[in-house]
Design a protein around this ligand. Sequence first.
Ligand code: FAD
Length: 448
Amino acid sequence: MSAKPALVWFRLDLRLADNDALHKALSSHPAVIPVFVWAPEEEAPWAPGAASRWWLHYSLIALEEELAKRGSTLILRRGPTEEAIRSLAAETGAEAIYWNRRYEPAVIARDAEIKRRLNESGLAAESLPGNLLWEPWNLRNSSGKPFQVFTAFWRACQAMPAPPSPGPAPDKLAPPARWPSTLQVSDLDLLPEIDWAAGLRETWQPGEKAAAAQLNAFLEAKVAAYPADRDRPDHRGTSRLSPHLHFGEISARQVWHAARRKSDASEPFLRQIAWREFAHHLLFHFPHTPKEPLRPEFRAFPWQFNAANLKAWTRGKTGYPLVDAGMRELWRTGWMHNRVRMVAASFLVKHLLIPWQEGAAWFWDTLVDADLANNTMGWQWVAGCGADAAPYFRIFNPALQAGKFDPQGEYIRRWAPESQPPIVGHTAARARALAALARMMDVARESR
Ligand code: FAD
């Protein structure tokens, strides 16, 4: 055990249980100083959106409370991150810093540079596995390449050794001889000025404790019915863990082991957790995909950007009740059911021919679970240009989807009860989308 304190840099791991970086610091230093650095410009162009900032505000407060119970304090600083870390190390005499990895391309580049420079200057910097079940570089297909098909990826996951069992939260965190100064969470200005967030407050409880309660409640009451209910936006049949998982208030390993302990019935649910893992695998191995289609022929897709139609979609005023209900649920609660995400996203890229990147950007700003890996994969899947994607020519009919997945119209009545004329007709929009696809395929053939 060293005689000097260590810094633990919290990022998308806002929890005390099953936190490798915290555990490592506690096991090798007499005191730890938990740190959060707000530096959104370092994550550009994917700095957290408005809904994510709202979540972060409350999640940081929850983390402060958990730390205070254990005699510790969260030190908040503004970026640049490297400067903030260096000055904290100088003020506290810390000789090491630990953090759990993140996998977004801009963050990997930033973190690698920070680690190299800190190590060079004598502050030992070490990163540990982040909030995934397995590191993305440890899963490869039989030809040694990254996976691009989910079923093969899932089979490979099932053949992997079980992820390490999650560790408990520490009972106590030994404080340093002197606490450095800190900002308050409110100094970070994370909350929106307009009162759009009232619906978020009514819907969500950020923080580690709430995440654990949410997981337990789901495993107790809902996991068995999940296969039948997960596609029904009119039922509350899914776990709603996505923002908690994104912010690392609960780890994928905790979810995995708790679900496995519960019963065999949890397999379909764990398959969805593996979709999350797959999304991170794709983002890690194909870092250009938040901007560019994975399938290069889609670069020539003849999109037709139309500002009025984009606005109608964002406001939930397309005249397609299921799409409008989803978009309003999103605006009001920062979340949308997965089935409705698929239908609303498909409507934007197929019925309106608006580039998927526009839709991804709106989701990025308004989802409390906005996650670069999951959002990118979700949009590319819908647009037909990603890994294992839905073929572009399969065009959801929003009315049929509503009949199938919201058969009594309860979900629609809840979010978009009034009717209005559609901004495009389904049959004509479908024909136009298929013609656009044919044009793209002609371009691809000619350029071969
Ligand atoms: P559950 O059904 O309870 O699933 C449990 C967990 O598994 C989720 O919390 C999530 O972490 C993971 N998961 C489930 N389905 C998927 C999936 N299809 N892809 C990846 N992970 C999945 N999810 C995000 O977390 N952030 C996003 O930004 C995001 N954007 C999306 C955009 C589009 C266009 C689409 C079609 C899907 C997107 N998803 C995104 C995936 C999915 O809709 C949400 O993860 C899910 O609705 C969250 O609800 P839940 O926690 O109740 O899910």
